[in-house]
Structure formats: structure tokens, C-alpha cells
Design a protein around this ligand. Structure first.
Ligand code: FAD
Length: 500
């Protein structure tokens, strides 16, 4: 074979082997170009959609400022039929017949309609740089809309003389003192909420001059913040603080494992009042409660706050669930401080909170002839729910340590129930002595019986030991540590495992 034939053979073989590959390569390159073009088109479509969404949101956004001094005087009626006048750029206030009236003349300088959600009052000048807690806002009883570019007003009143702020507001108004009002409002879609802090400075002649001290964005980053918030939503509505991450790292995002069979609900506060000196009665509702079932002694887990990007939950027993009415009642012990305490202190009708339930594995033992319940005040709702569900003729002894005699409550039960109240009075919190004495002396009749212990962690431990010393077997005792003295519960609502 001469050199030429070798070359032509090589060429032929190149021609034979490579044309399809080249064609495939060309197709692949074409596909890639198309993919890049499609990707670029989709990206730019997404970008365009985002830009459109952004500009829509911007167009909906309200922003409240004091109206201008030259703006017209407004005449506004309150529920009692009382009229108040307020000049442009000013606020007006009056205390009369047990009601404290507050009124401010505002201008909406944003492009969207503004809707007032609530307000928060401080006597004097409130300056702090941190966004106020949404849980502390009072709801408007009347819908207040402020059209874009127009003047309007905000009004609020203290009518309940037992409300501690009533007195503070009355004094501030009657002494023509400085006042601060935070107004929470949003766009007419219910989003893009803003808190604007208004200062009310007394004028020499009469009334108050209004100034806007700060604005906080609730649902998005403040304009001065370096990092824009990530997309997403909180799983709770209230209480929510401005400036927190918008995506929560929630271990209970999926209701599986121990939470299988539970329901996530948005409960709305219907009523919240002091039932006894140390116990708050909170009544909540949600549509899901109409079909909600639970066993006496079970609880729900409320998302009472956020720590970093983690939800803070606290557990409270279902004391009652209205038969046929979707109303859930809780009894919550008031104490010094904690996220749960702060929530219950501030909760007002209309506030919403995320709840998961039912939770808990302690119920009345079906085969027991007698039942002994022993614990501190936090156990009252669980013990009342369980003892209250026992049938006629079954023997139950409920031993509860409460702060004062005024904290005693009535137990409704068909069972043969005896209530033993211990009053803590001067004794220190978390001291198990009185409860241990009581369970040491309580009759434990023959036959199958069961004991239920709940309250402060060390108290529960001491009670378990006292009953074990009296011969009760482990499987006859259901004990649950509810809280730990001097230590906050863990984020999931139970005493932290490292509680000594
Ligand atoms: C299954 C279950 C059911 C429960 N049911 C109820 C219920 O129906 N009603 C109820 O009131 N509680 C109930 N609790 C207890 C309640 O969840 C705790 O008391 C919880 O610690 C309250 O949260 P916090 O945020 O207010 O306080 P935390 O942040 O947990 O604690 C802050 C501080 O408050 C103190 N503290 C906490 N609780 C009390 C208290 N009760 N008395 C005095 N000081 C306290 C702590 O020692 C700590 O120093 C239940 C707990 C569990 C696990």
C-alpha cells in the first residue's frame, strides 16, 4: 500500500466514523444553546415577575406620618357618642366619665391604602430602638382606613378602669403630659405591616403636637438593614417581633413522629382574664376545634415567641373544650417572667397564636378503683380535667398546693372526689415539704389505684419517691415535670433535660 492509499484510507475512515459524531455534537451544541436561551428567558421572566410583584407591593404600601399643621381640623366620634376635635399635625386627648380618649391627626404619605391593626400606649416619652412586641398591641374596635395621600385619623380609648394602663393614661392626659403611641398598620391586603411610633408633646395653649419618631417594618426588612429578609413566612402570626428572620428553623414543621395525629391550628384569643390572684383563664377558638378530640389531661403546645430563628413553645393543659362550641379553656399560672408568661400577660381578644395538639400521654387509668392526684398550681387544669372525667362512685383525692386561699377553685366531678388544698403563703416556691407530707398521709385504699404527679421538676421527683416508699409500683405512678425552678423550659416547652 503506497502512502496515498494509506492517506485516502485514513480520510475515508475519518469520514466514515466522524460524520455522525459531528452531527450529534452539533445537535448537542444546538440543544445547549437552546437550553441556555430558555434558561435565560425563564430567569428573565422570573426576574420580570419578581419586579412586577415588587412594584405591585410598593404601590400597595402605606406610610403614616403626622398630618401637616395647615391640614384641616377633624371632628371624630367615639363609641359613647363623644366627639373630639383635632387640629392638623396634632393629637387630642380627654378623660371623662371613666373613659380616656386619644385621637391623632395623620397623613398617609404612602401610595397604598393604610389599615390600622392596633395600637400600644406609653405614658411619657418612649425612645427604645427595638421594635415593640406585636403581642402587646391593642386591637382597634373600629376599622380605620387611611387613603393614600390623604389625611385621616387614629383613635383609641381606655374604657376598662381595671386595666393598669387606664390610670397611667388618665394621669398623663389630665396633667397634659408627654405620651407615646405606637400604631400598627398594613396595606389593604393585610400585609406589609409597619409600626410607626408617634410622640405626643404637650402644646403651650392646648392639645398635643404630634411627631413620628420611628418606623419599623414587621413583614420585611427595615430600609436600613443590610441583609434583605429571606422569602417565606412564619408559622405563627402573634406574637411576632419585627426584624426577626422570616424563615423559622422549626423542628415541628412536620407533624410526624411524636406529633403524628396532632393538628396545627391558629387559635384566636376570645377571652383572657384573671380568674384568681395567681391564675389566668384564657379562652381560645379555631375552626379546627369543632372536630378536635382529646383525652382529659392532654395539652396543647403554644408558640409563644421566637429565639433566634427557633420557635419557643410552651405547653398548657386543655382544661375544658366546649361541647359543640369550638372554645378551648386553659388555666395559666402567673409568675415573674418567661415567654409564656409574657404572652398570657399581653394576650387580648382577637390575638392569634399557633398551637399544636393534642399532646401528652397521661390520662386517667381505666382499671383503677381509686386515684390520687398531687402537684402544684400548674397541675390544677390537668387534675381538674382528669378528676372531672371520672365516673360516679370512683374515688379520687386531689392534693393541690396553691399560692393563697383565694386561688382555690371548684371541681365539678361525678366521682367521689376529695380536694385537699395546701397554701404556699410564705413558703418558698418549689419546696416539696408540704406536698410530700400530704401524700405521705393520704389513704391508699386496697385494690388497684393510680397516682398522678405534676408540677415543678424536683417536687414531682420528691412526690414519686414518697409514694414509692409507701409501696406504690412504678406502673401505678404517672409523673410529669412541668417546669423547673429558676430555669426556663426548653424551646419545646418541657423542663430542659440538664435541669439538676
Ligand atoms: C404537659 C404540660 C402541661 C402543662 N400545663 C400547664 C397548665 O395547664 N397551666 C400552667 O400554668 N402551666 C402548665 N404547664 C407548665 C408551663 O408550661 C410551665 O410553667 C412553663 O415553664 C411556663 O413557661 P414560661 O415561658 O412562662 O416560663 P419559662 O421560660 O419556662 O421559665 C421562666 C422562669 O419562670 C419560672 N416558672 C415557670 N413556670 C412557673 C410556674 N408555674 N410557677 C412559678 N414559676 C414558674 C421558672 O422557674 C423560670 O425561672 C404545663 C407543662 C407541661 C409540660
Amino acid at each position: 500500500m503506497d502512502t496515498r492509499s494509506i492517506q485516502s484510507q485514513r480520510l475515508a475512515s475519518v469520514a466514515l466514523v466522524d460524520w455522525p459524531s459531528i452531527a450529534s455534537l452539533a445537535t448537542a451544541a444546538g440543544t445547549l444553546v437552546l437550553a441556555v436561551a430558555t434558561f435565560a428567558a425563564v430567569r428573565s421572566a422570573n426576574r420580570a415577575a419578581r419586579a412586577a410583584e415588587q412594584s405591585l407591593l410598593v404601590a400597595l404600601r402605606p406610610l403614616f406620618l403626622p398630618s401637616r399643621l395647615q391640614d384641616e381640623q377633624q371632628k371624630v366620634m367615639f363609641a359613647e357618642g363623644k366627639w373630639l376635635h383635632v387640629a392638623g399635625g396634632c393629637a387630642a386627648a380627654m378623660a371623662e366619665d371613666g373613659v380616656v380618649y386619644l385621637l391623632a391627626s395623620l397623613r398617609n404619605v404612602g401610595p397604598g391604602i393604610g389599615i390600622v391593626h392596633g395600637w400600644r400606649f406609653y405614658p411619657g416619652q418612649e425612645s427604645g430602638g427595638t421594635a415593640p412586641d406585636l403581642a402587646e398591641f391593642r386591637r382597634q374596635t373600629r376599622d380605620l382606613y387611611l387613603p393614600p395621600g390623604e389625611t385621616g385619623f387614629w383613635q383609641g380609648a381606655f374604657r376598662d378602669t381595671s386595666d393598669p394602663q387606664h390610670e397611667e393614661a388618665r394621669k398623663a392626659v389630665e396633667s397634659s403630659g408627654q405620651m407615646t403611641v405606637d400604631i400598627l398598620y398594613g396595606d389593604h391586603e393585610g400585609g406589609q405591616r409597619v409600626i410607626t411610633r408617634f410622640g405626643l408633646q404637650p402644646r403651650k395653649d392646648a392639645g398635643w403636637l404630634l411627631s413620628a419618631a420611628r418606623h419599623w417594618n414587621v413583614d420585611r426588612a427595615d430600609p436600613g438593614e443590610a441583609t434583605p429578609p429571606r422569602k417565606g413566612n412564619y408559622l405563627m402570626s402573634d406574637p411576632r417581633r419585627a426584624g426577626l428572620p422570616r424563615v423559622l428553623n422549626d423542628p415541628f414543621a412536620q407533624l410526624s413522629g411524636a406529633l403524628a395525629g396532632t393538628t396545627r391550628m391558629r387559635l384566636e384569643v376570645v377571652d383572657n382574664h384573671r380568674l384568681t390572684p395567681a391564675m389566668q383563664r384564657v379562652v381560645l377558638t379555631a375552626p379546627e376545634l369543632a372536630t378536635f378530640s382529646y383525652r382529659p389531661g392532654q395539652d396543647v403546645m403554644l408558640m409563644v415567641g421566637v429565639d433566634g430563628d427557633r420557635p419557643v413553645r410552651r405547653r398548657y393543659t386543655i382544661q375544658e373544650l366546649g361541647a359543640g362550641r369550638p372554645l378551648l379553656t386553659m388555666g395559666i399560672v402567673r409568675h415573674d417572667d418567661g415567654p409564656g408568661e409574657r404572652w398570657v400577660r399581653a394576650a387580648r381578644p382577637g390575638d392569634e397564636i399557633e398551637a399544636i395538639g393534642p399532646r401528652g400521654k397521661i390520662f386517667p387509668a381505666p382499671d383503677a378503683d381509686w386515684h390520687v392526684f398531687a402537684g402544684d398550681f400548674a397541675a390544677l387544669p390537668a387534675f381538674f380535667a382528669m378528676a372531672g372525667s371520672l365516673p360516679h362512685g370512683v374515688r379520687a383525692t386531689v392534693i393541690l398546693e396553691v399560692p393563697t386561699p383565694d386561688d382555690e377553685q371548684e371541681l365539678a366531678s361525678e366521682a367521689d372526689a376529695e380536694l385537699i388544698w395546701l397554701h404556699r403563703l410564705g413558703h418558698s416556691l418549689g419546696d416539696p415539704a408540704a406536698l410530700v407530707d400530704a401524700v405521705t398521709g393520704v389513704p391508699l385504699p386496697p385494690g388497684p389505684g393510680h397516682a398522678y404527679l405534676a408540677g415543678e421538676a424536683k417536687v414531682v421527683l420528691a412526690l414519686r419517691q414518697a409514694l414509692a416508699a409507701r409501696g406504690m409500683a412504678d406502673d401505678q405512678i404517672s409523673a410529669k415535670a412541668y417546669w423547673g425552678l429558676g430555669k426556663a423550659n426548653a424551646l419545646h416547652g418541657e423542663p430542659a433535660k440538664n435541669n439538676p
